[in-house]
Design a protein around this ligand. Structure first.
Ligand code: M6R
Length: 599
């Protein structure tokens, strides 16, 4: 159980707990803080052995992360145990109702209400699956629930609405988890549950129904990676491993998508060429790093297809009444496929008649399931909270979508598409070369550990790269960092420049758009004249930047539109090293979780 929780700890890590059905009752341990605290408690006072158990790692929503609020939660009798992801929105009313019937609520959580409600329902129907269905029909909000009852040994019941739950089907054993990583060491056969479904799992049987009790089926699939992919493989942090895996991730995401003639084939898209020809606007919705991938995609989509493209933070999208219709293609980008803001944005888009294409890294997750089409990135599991290889593969997928749109609509000639594909095919090697030259970047980062602020500048696709560099630094090093469009500097942010403030500048290729390049070289001079310490990322052979760079980070020459694939890598390494030297938890930065399944 604890080994499985370890693989899920990236999803939330402020407290953890386990409960075991044993000796006709329930034994439980839970602790605030990281899983190691629970492990220590279990080492000091082991729980009795049992074959039915549940556990949880928490990212607090209701109530602070203390022992009492850690999951599992029990009913009054201590015979029902429940773990929960998500938010039960009507929990206040349920708590009042339960207190009115004499229940004693021992935590501040919304989850505990479910334990009491389940106990009540079970006492009348003596069927844990039915009790769960009855309870779920009363709950509002988003939830994955897993429960056991000491009077129903041998069965574990799960339920899901707007939050993930997968079943692992082993030989004479079965698992329920929010992510296959939890059981990948035992089985690669998984069943993904649909929306509003309840599952009853026994040692050798899995039964699925809707909340209404009607029999239902989950989607069975085989997980195409194994336990080694979910382990650190000799690296100190998952983030370092995932940074190193980027060449392979990029190459894998291109695999099978180019036919012998060099044309793009995106069979899995499931949106016909004629529908794509009708598209008159592309809207991209995403959060965080995936949003930055979307910002870069806009340049490629508009340049290669001449279709207007808007990029919107998913959390803002549905609140501004966006203009969408049957000819709008909405692209939802998400590594996890579970980000609630992105899910809600895509649902809104579909309600308005737009087709939705998901770009996603997680098979079996909610966002691709609810989309009209999906293009999977093949980054493998990304465990570190800071997104790295997922970002690069999201970019590759975005370029493929843009090229494909250009190909089917005839705005790109075959040889133009093939030329970009050749460039993309060379990116894995280019990233490998960047990775091989990162020691000076790490050394530089170590000298900046006590700086208060780091600024990032870019133009064109370099602007979202600058935003991404700043996000990485904030999230990992807890330093003030901001990304700006270099041309915008003189409209206000240049006032931030003072002696020795580090400014990272992403310089576009001088070959592609020399005007763009010349402008940013001027911007570097402007900030240097005001005392900034310039850290310049420029392609090999770009000599124009040399006189103005206090530190020069070279990346291989790439066409301007594709440069983010190489320019983002030093920024990942830079942030990771700064986090390390400042003593931060690289894989699990404070206050964050890998999948943000609440709005
Ligand atoms: O799973 P998603 O791609 O939908 O996640 C979106 C963001 O939460 C995510 O990219 C976040 O910004 C990363 N932690 C940044 O490194």
């Amino acid at each position: 159980m604890v080994a499985g929780l370890k693989r899920l700890e990236y999803r939330g890590y402020d407290s953890a707990g386990v409960a075991v059905l044993a000796d006709g009752g329930l034994a439980m341990a839970k602790r605030a803080g990281k899983l190691v605290n629970l492990e220590k408690a279990l080492g000091d006072r082991p729980l009795p052995a049992g074959t039915t158990a549940l556990g949880h790692t928490r990212w607090a929503t209701h109530g602070p992360p203390n022992d009492a609020n850690a999951h599992p939660h029990l009913d009054d009798s201590g015979r029902v145990a429940v773990v929960h992801n998500g938010i039960i929105e009507n929990f206040a009313a349920l708590r009042t109702e339960l207190a009115g019937r004499g229940h004693v609520l021992r935590s501040d959580t919304d989850t505990e209400t479910v334990a009491h409600l389940l106990a009540e329902e079970f006492s009348s129907c003596a069927d844990l699956g039915e009790a769960m269905r009855l309870v779920c029909r009363r709950l509002e909000g988003a939830f994955t629930l897993v429960a056991v009852h000491a009077d129903a040994p041998g069965v574990v019941v799960g339920a899901r609405r707007n939050s993930p739950l997968v079943v692992g089907v082993g030989e004479g054993e079965a698992f329920l988890a929010s992510d296959v990583a939890a059981f990948i060491a035992h089985t690669r056969s998984a069943v993904e549950l649909g929306q509003d479904q309840v599952v009853e799992v026994r040692r050798d049987a899995v039964a699925v129904t809707g909340f209404d009790g009607r029999p239902a089926r989950g989607r069975a699939y085989h997980v195409d990676w194994d336990v080694s992919a979910a382990e650190k493989g000799g690296y100190d942090y998952f983030m370092l491993k995932e940074i190193a895996e980027q060449p392979k991730a990029v190459a894998d995401t291109l695999l099978g998508r180019i036919d012998e003639a060099g044309s793009l084939v995106l069979d899995e898209l499931r949106i016909s060429a004629s529908e794509l020809c009708e598209v008159d606007k592309v809207v991209i919705v995403a959060c965080g790093t995936a949003f930055h991938a979307g910002l870069i995609a806009k340049y490629a989509i508009e340049h290669w297809t001449r279709i207007p493209c808007e990029v919107e933070l998913a959390s803002e999208f549905r609140y501004r009444d966006p203009i969408l219709g049957a000819r709008t293609l909405t692209v939802a980008i998400s590594q996890s496929g579970e980000t609630m803001d992105t899910l809600m944005a895509l649902r809104h888009a579909r309600e308005q008649g737009s087709k939705v294409l998901a770009i996603c890294n997680t098979n079996g997750s909610t966002i691709p399931r609810e989309s009209d089409a999906v293009l999977y990135t093949h980054a493998g599991p990304e465990i570190a909270v800071a997104s790295t290889k997922a970002f690069l593969t999201q970019l590759v997928a975005c370029y493929l979508v843009a090229l494909y749109l250009g190909q089917v609509r005839g705005t790109q000639w075959g040889d133009e598409v093939r030329a970009v594909i050749r460039d993309l095919a060379g990116i894995a090697d280019a990233v490998e070369r960047v990775l091989a030259t990162m020691e000076p970047v790490r050394a530089l980062a170590r000298t900046l550990a006590d700086k208060r602020t780091v600024l990032f500048l870019g133009r064109h696709v370099g602007h979202p790269v600058a935003l991404e560099g700043a996000l990485k630094l904030k999230e990992l090093a807890y330093m003030h960092a901001e990304g700006f469009a270099a041309g915008e500097l003189k409209h206000g942010p240049i006032a931030l420049i003072e002696a020795d403030v580090p400014v990272v500048v992403v310089v576009p290729s001088p070959a592609g758009r020399s005007l763009l390049h010349d402008k940013i070289v001027s911007n570097i001079q402007e900030i240097r004249a005001r005392g900034a310490r310039t850290i310049v990322i420029a392609e090999e052979g770009d000599e124009a930047v040399v006189p103005y760079a206090d530190h020069l980070i070279r990346v291989p020459a790439t066409p301007t539109l594709l440069q983010p694939l190489v320019a983002a890598v030093p920024l990942q390494v830079f942030a990771c090293e700064l986090a390390t030297v400042r003593g931060n938890e690289v894989d699990q930065p404070r206050n964050l979780a890998k999948s943000v399944t609440v709005e």
